[in-house]
Design a protein around this ligand. Structure first.
Ligand code: CA2
Length: 146
């Protein structure tokens, strides 16, 4: 049985589709989950798709992914710009990690230019709205070894 692809989303992404549609679009996180599911199943992979507003919970799930996942897609949202603890957790993984963003942080405010995730990721996908998640899952499936 191939291991699943984990897709983890961080704080405030539960509000997707409800606020700031000019930046993040009108799709909800459930819509994004369906796109990811379709991409993973095209590769014969199961998907674990979760969102949390808690930094500790996000880190627990990264530890879980370390044991259970074939690859990890993570949109750490605000924690990507602030969390050394998340950076340390991601650094322990021996599997592909894709740093995923709906918007293009490099084209936004300067405080979004710093990332604690991208230095420990295999690659970064940003700026394509929900398609960023689809492309990230595609990359995760193609990079996954287990
Ligand atoms: O573009 C992305 O995916 C971000 O990771 C989203 C984060 C932001 O802090 C990063 O710089 C870039 C913010 C997520 C907040 O999500 C919302 C969704 C809808 C309405 C309000 C916030």
């Amino acid at each position: 049985m191939p291991k699943p692809i984990y897709v983890l989303s961080g704080p405030n992404l539960n509000l997707l589709g409800e606020r700031e549609p000019e930046i993040y679009g009108r799709a909800t996180l459930a819509d994004v989950g369906r796109l990811c599911e379709a991409r993973a199943s095209a590769h014969g992979r199961a998907l674990v798709f979760r969102q949390t507003n808690s930094e500790g919970e996000l880190i627990e799930w990264v530890h879980e992914a370390r044991r259970e996942a074939a690859a990890l897609v993570i949109n750490a949202a605000g924690y990507g710009h602030t969390s050394v603890a998340l950076h340390d957790a991601l650094k322990t993984l021996a599997l592909p990690v894709i740093d995923c963003h709906l918007s293009n942080p490099a084209a936004r405010e300067s405080f979004r230019h710093a990332s604690y995730v991208s230095p420990v990721a295999s690659g970064v996908v940003s700026g394509f709205g929900p398609m960023s998640y689809e492309l990230s899952v595609e990359a995760a499936c193609r990079l996954a070894a287990d």
